[in-house]
Design a protein around this ligand. Sequence first.
Ligand SMILES: C[S@@+](CC[C@H](N)C(=O)[O-])C[C@H]1O[C@@H](n2cnc3c(N)ncnc32)[C@H](O)[C@@H]1O
Length: 786
Amino acid sequence: MEILKAAIPENLKRAIADSDVDDLGSTCSSLHRFFLHFHPFHQMITELADPKYALSGKNKDAALKSKQLGNQCFSNADYAKALDCYTQALREAPLDTGDMESNLVATLYINRATVLHKMSLLVECLRDCTRALQVCPSYAKAWYRRGKANALLGNYKNAICDLNVAKSVEPSMGGRRQIEGELKILLDQCRSTTAVVQIQHKENNCNTVGEMPHIKLQCVSTPDKGRGMVSSCVISPGSLVHVEEPYAMIILKQCRETHCHYCLNDLPADRVPCISCSIPLYCSHQCQTRATGQMFKIYPDYNGFFKNLPSDLGEYAAEVIQCNDSEQEIGDITEHKHECQGVHWPVVLPSEIVLAGRILARFLLNSSPEDIINFVERLELSHCYKQLPSESKLDSHIYAIVLLYCLQHSCGTMFSIDEVSISQVVIIISQIKVNCMTVVRLKSIDAHGSGHFGDFPFQSGAHSTSNVEQVRVGKAIYKAGSLFNHSCQPNVHAYFLSRALYLRTTNVVAAGSQLELSYGPQVGLWDCKDRLNFLKNEYAFHCLCTGCSEVNRSDLVLNAFHCVNPNCSGAVLESRVLDCEMQKIKHFPIPDHVDKNDDIYEVCHHVFKQNGKSIHIQPGYCLKCGSYCDLESSHAAVGKALACITRLQDAILSQQISSIIISDALRSLKLLRLNLHAYNKLTAEAEDSIAQAFCLVGELQLSLDHCKASIQILEKLYDTDDIVIAYELVKLSSIQLSLDDGTAVESISRIDDIFSRYYGLHADLVFPYLQYLRREVEKFSMKALQ
Ligand SMILES: C[S@@+](CC[C@H](N)C(=O)[O-])C[C@H]1O[C@@H](n2cnc3c(N)ncnc32)[C@H](O)[C@@H]1O
């Protein structure tokens, strides 16, 4: 890409840098003309899109090599490695090798099932057996392995059926005898138990709870933020106001090996590869089918096989093999289909560009190629082309042309590549910048660094804090979701279940007020200046929300220094923050109305003694008492203290905490408290690190004290019932539980309240750790009763 960029003539680069939407026809056709005569461009497109260079295609030899490696690892009892090798082999193996009796894919599924069995992952083992049977229904070993897994799961009747089918299709006498022996044992076990009988064939399913929004929202035009969403009635906190499936979605590159490429949930151990290329991995055949439109089925007619079995067994076998097929519904998304030939471009191009390709492919699915002229208009998304920096305008021109050529190779000649189609894609790329949502998942992670999405991170009594982390897993365009504007003091919370976007109110929303979510920055997270810069760089707009236009305490104190007067609670600001805050202070409506108990009065009373618009304050002067503070020496002291805290954080990461490092950190904390405002976020972060360190060395009471100190500061920066506080309370409660401290009950009840307001009925699905916390509360109640 850099070669292309460097070769573009300067005057063309300038024209693109200065261009507005109306100029796109001319800039796009000039750049296109230039590339058509530039040999490296054609070479690049060939390497990206020609199936001849498809290194990510299926490859039987590579699959056999990976299989052999897997067999070696299995013999050495290295099951984790064997699992990886067989999965890799499944990624590489072509499905239809023509040989139904010893189909490579079926063999690989059974090899992997054997490993999963050894690892005690029986449900996963069962699913792999079923997959092997879907490719090769007469595979005796697969029925046998399935029977063994079902028996261990207590599904005795199914296990008996599996082994009976295995016996019917097993060609060797010795094999049949072995199965008979197993059957005898099973029949005895079955007689002595009243086991639950259930055909265990279900694939992984995407979790959802069927809650639907009941409130009707309207899209209105606003004077300062364009279109926005409002409700005509009052909405109470915790109400679900919007649910939507994405128009297009893409997994982030760093999650390709860990999350399903369709639903973005965690990949299970029995992950399923794409049928036609070696790139995506899915959590189930259901997701794979929805992403590619290809059914996992090569056996055209199972009936011949079923007919040879006794009728009851035939019915059973049919149900096992065909169950997933009947549940398949292929929507019109199939977003990987046009990328699925093992060619390079979907792997190499940035995620946003591949997402633009998915949007275009979906549009073309329901429209004729000439409609490309209306592509942007029909999508009805706002864009920011004019506001983009020069470099981004050039990049979007280059990527639009490259993407269109790649798509043309992959989809056939469905549209002509000219100034119209190129400028439409340039705008789509700028629409993605403004409208794309980052899909995140909550993860609980313990202080030792091991992460858990679904499980509970530690056993009660272990010394560990449990942190909540948000992990970015994908990017998506939600057409209606894009109509919600941003606020740094949002009244709506966005979260994702599988692919769906859920929006829930967190506060009371008055009738006619806008429903606004946060695009990332929030009051309490960063100060106003940082939020404005972030939104300008990432989304190309100047934020006009209440948080950025009206004075609030959090922005005044988050990065503030301490007044020289030790008893004064006033904030002292450096020029970077003061410039931004002064604008807000000058427009603060009625200073007389600031109540003495008001939290703003607490930190900047002096300012309001001055006269409205003529207010003048210098950096370094206390906003409450007017005293001067030498910020240079404060900066030096804070810098030294922070270096010590960073050393502590490194020691936590490498688990090399010494008493010297902790003592240094405690001295640094004192320095921070002396020099920084009492609600400065850096102090909260230092308190938090010290709490973690004390926890790791088993000093739980000290850990608890510092964790509480950190939360007390954060409660001043955020609302006390903000979700961020709930995440911090998760840490606090984990320490309280380790100490067997009954106040954990109060923390957990606060966590529960906040989570149900932010996630409603989905709280346990989004963060399963809550169930563990509630069980601990029950234990406390039981103890109290004894
Ligand atoms: C995802 S769109 C939201 C819907 C948009 N207002 C529309 O008319 O389509 C994001 C765009 O809305 C506008 N916007 C959203 N929140 C804003 C805010 N807090 N301040 C100013 N403009 C905002 C900006 O133009 C931004 O690029």
